[in-house]
Design a protein around this ligand. Structure first.
Ligand code: PLP
Length: 380
């Protein structure tokens, strides 16, 4: 292979693919330990649940490992039944995915062509951009709210609405949003959905729902009775602590689910993921305890970061976006933390180079993060 074929194959790629930049995941702790020759690195970079799954999940997985020579149940019959009962919806409203990332891509593949467009917010989850671009469709990017807004960097629903015309097939909304942690109030969100043409699909990504619930919130699943163009996307990767197994899902009208189920791979959710998800759903007190602790720690981190003189974006996710005033300073702090074995997430690829995103960890992990930030401030 002496000839560089990159250019030739770039020209052969389907529309949209050449301009794609690969997704940049959070750095795994093992990589950092190897590169820097350190131990006990702490990863606060990918919004995982630091408590991990319940003992019931670990036990179920050990049993399920005995059957991995068989294909999984392609219809995920048992999981769909358990999940539908848990959510109080019909099984035919569900589409299961290899992570909710899979669902986001399926939605784009199902509804977008190079002649269509999708709307999303400037600082929203990067997978929307990747999924839209891979289909060769047009991305219509709505400016986020300004930093001095009551929801700094949050979705601006009016700006999104203004981008909708007859070419638009999908509107992506993350509530709460990643990487900002910002949220939308339910009445405003519902009014926005009601104001869209009924042939525009609203993708409501609720990856962090469990961390965001307010006492007087409605269950957004009830809105499906009013809006058959609404698709709610949820995941087992965050509060349910199954990120490594890759499982997420959408709840929609049976008609939309029927289309997504035509497009998905026959065995897109593996057997260990199906088993683990059933076990995780069966241990709700574990989930509730983990979420409750995370919310307490989030409040503590927010105030301690403030005490360090840092400006944060108020968050309803299991992470906090922290402002370091300049791209240089954010990069310096990131490098300092890496050397001390603490991995946070740079978000320059989101267009937010002066910020770092920090996942709320266990109490001990958060102490470690705060201690290292204090040492940085002290100049040590
Ligand atoms: C983490 C995350 C997801 C979930 O991704 P999975 O593929 O389910 O692991 C979806 N949406 C947002 C906004 C996220 O931050």
């Amino acid at each position: 292979m002496s000839v560089d074929n990159t250019h030739r194959f770039l020209q052969l790629a389907a529309p949209g693919i050449a301009g794609l930049a690969p997704y940049e995941p959070g750095k795994p702790a093992a990589d950092l330990e190897r590169e820097y020759g350190i131990r006990n690195a702490v990863k606060l970079a990918s919004n995982e649940n630091p408590a991990g799954p319940s003992p019931a999940v670990r036990a179920a997985l050990a049993d399920a490992a005995a059957g991995i020579e068989r294909y999984p149940d392609g219809a995920a019959f048992a999981l769909r039944d358990v999940l539908a009962a848990h959510l109080r919806i019909q099984p035919q409203q569900l589409t299961l995915g290899n992570g909710s990332n899979d669902i986001l891509v399926l939605l784009a593949e199902t509804f977008l062509t190079p002649g269509h467009a999708a709307v999303y917010d400037q600082y929203s989850f990067v997978v929307y951009r990747l999924a839209v671009q891979a289909c060769g469709a047009e991305a219509r990017i709505a400016a986020s709210r300004p930093v001095d807004d009551e929801q700094p960097l949050g979705h601006d629903l009016d700006a999104m609405q203004a981008l909708v015309d007859e070419q638009v097939r999908l509107v992506f909304i993350a509530n709460p949003n990643n990487p900002t942690g910002t949220w939308l109030e339910q009445p405003a969100l519902k009014k926005f959905i009601a104001g869209l043409p009924s042939d525009v699909i609203v993708v409501l990504d609720e990856a962090y729902l469990e961390y965001a619930r307010q006492p007087d919130d409605h269950d957004t699943l009830d809105w499906l009775n009013e809006f058959d163009n609404l698709v709610i996307v949820r995941t087992f990767s965050k509060a349910y602590a199954l990120a490594g197994l890759r499982i997420g899902y959408s709840i929609s009208s049976p008609a939309v689910a029927g289309l997504l189920n035509r497009v998905r791979q026959p065995f897109n959710v593996n057997s260990l993921a199906q088993t683990a998800a059933i076990a995780a759903l069966g241990d709700q007190s574990w989930i509730a305890d983990g979420v409750a602790q995370n919310i307490v720690e989030r409040a503590r981190l927010e105030s301690e970061l403030g005490a360090l003189g840092l400006t944060i974006v108020p968050s309803r996710g299991n992470f906090i976006l922290v402002d370091f005033s300049s791209a240089e300073r954010a990069a310096t702090v990131n490098e300092f933390l890496l050397r001390r074995g603490v991995i946070v997430r740079p978000v320059a690829n989101y267009g937010l180079p002066q910020y770092l995103r920090m996942t709320v960890g266990t109490p001990a992990e958060n102490v470690r993060l705060l201690t290292e930030l204090q040492s940085f401030a002290d100049g040590s």
